[in-house]
Design a protein around this ligand. Structure first.
Ligand SMILES: [Zn+2]
Length: 257
C-alpha cells in the first residue's frame, strides 16, 4: 500500500451537521475501510468557510466551492462574485456542486440556469472541473455544458440514459455512482454500469444521503464506499483491484489530486 493507494469518495458531504456528533470516528471508519480521500462538495456560500476548515483539519479531504441548485433560496447574485474571489484565493479541486434540479417544488428554472451558467463560466476562467447535480434535467444540463467549451467534470449520482451518457463523455464528462446502484430494482442504472467505459466512472457515497441497500433508511457515510466498488465489480464481472485502480486514476486525473 503506497501513499497513492486507497479509495477516493468523489462526493461526500462530510461537512454536514449529521457528522458533528462523530466526525473523527466516521473518518477513522472510512480509513479502516480503505477510503483514504474524499472530495467535499459545497452547497451554499455560508458554509464554504466550514468546508475550508474541515479540509485543513483532516488530511485527505479536498474542498470544492459552489452553489447547489437545491439551495436556490440561500443564494444571492453577489455569491458568484464571492465565488470568484474564493476560487482565486483558495484554489479548490473543483467548482460545485452546481447544476439543475427540476424535481424540487417551485424549481425556478431561470434562476437555476443563471447560477449554473455563472459557475460554468468560472470553470472556464479558472480551468477547474465542475461537479454537477442533475435531477430530471440531464438533457438541459447537456445542452448547457456544450455551450461552455473546454469545461470538464462529473455528473454526480448519474441518472440519465446510456445515450445521454455517451454524449456527456464526448463533451469530456464522467459519471459518478453511489448507493442507488446497489438496489436490485435499479435495472437501468445497473445496466449502465455494465456498458459505460470504465475510464468514465467515479465512485461516490453522497453521504449522509443515498445509503446503499445494506444501510437503507440510515445515515450514509464514507466508510461504505467499498460496497459501491464491489457492486461495480460484480455487475461488470471484472476484478475489484483492477476497477479500484482505474477509478482511482480517473478521479486523480479529473481533480488533479
Ligand atoms: Zn451532493
Amino acid at each position: 500500500m503506497g501513499i497513492h493507494s486507497g479509495m477516493i469518495d468523489s462526493h461526500c458531504h462530510f461537512d454536514d451537521a449529521s457528522f458533528d456528533v462523530d466526525r473523527p470516528q466516521a473518518l477513522q471508519r472510512a480509513l479502516a475501510a480503505g477510503v483514504t480521500e474524499q472530495i467535499i462538495p459545497a452547497v451554499k456560500a455560508a458554509w464554504w468557510p466550514r468546508i475550508r476548515q474541515l479540509c485543513r483539519d483532516y488530511p485527505g479531504l479536498h474542498p470544492t466551492y459552489g452553489l447547489h441548485p437545491m439551495f436556490l433560496r440561500d443564494h444571492q447574485s453577489a455569491d458568484l462574485d464571492n465565488l470568484h474571489a474564493w476560487l482565486e484565493r483558495e484554489r479548490p479541486v473543483a467548482i460545485g456542486e452546481c447544476g439543475l434540479d427540476f424535481f424540487i417544488d417551485n424549481p425556478q428554472h431561470e434562476a437555476q440556469q443563471v447560477y449554473f451558467e455563472g459557475q460554468l463560466a468560472l470553470a472556464q476562467e479558472f480551468d477547474l472541473p465542475v461537479i454537477i447535480h442533475a435531477r430530471r434535467s440531464v438533457e438541459e444540463v447537456i445542452n448547457t455544458v456544450r455551450r461552455y467549451s473546454g469545461v470538464r467534470g462529473v455528473l454526480h449520482s448519474y441518472s440519465g440514459s446510456e445515450q445521454q451518457a455517451l454524449r456527456l463523455i464526448d463533451l469530456g464528462f464522467s459519471m459518478s455512482f453511489g448507493g442507488p446502484i446497489t438496489y436490485e430494482r435499479a435495472k437501468k442504472l445497473r445496466r449502465l454500469i455494465q456498458v459505460l467505459p470504465l475510464q468514465t466512472i467515479l465512485l461516490e457515497t453522497d453521504a449522509p444521503d443515498q445509503p446503499d441497500s445494506d444501510h437503507r433508511g440510515r445515515r450514509n457515510e464514507p466508510a461504505y464506499l467499498p460496497t459501491i466498488l464491489h457492486t461495480i465489480s460484480e455487475l461488470r464481472d471484472e476484478p475489484t483491484d483492477l476497477i479500484e485502480e482505474q477509478i482511482r486514476n480517473n478521479t486523480r486525473r479529473l481533480f488533479q489530486i
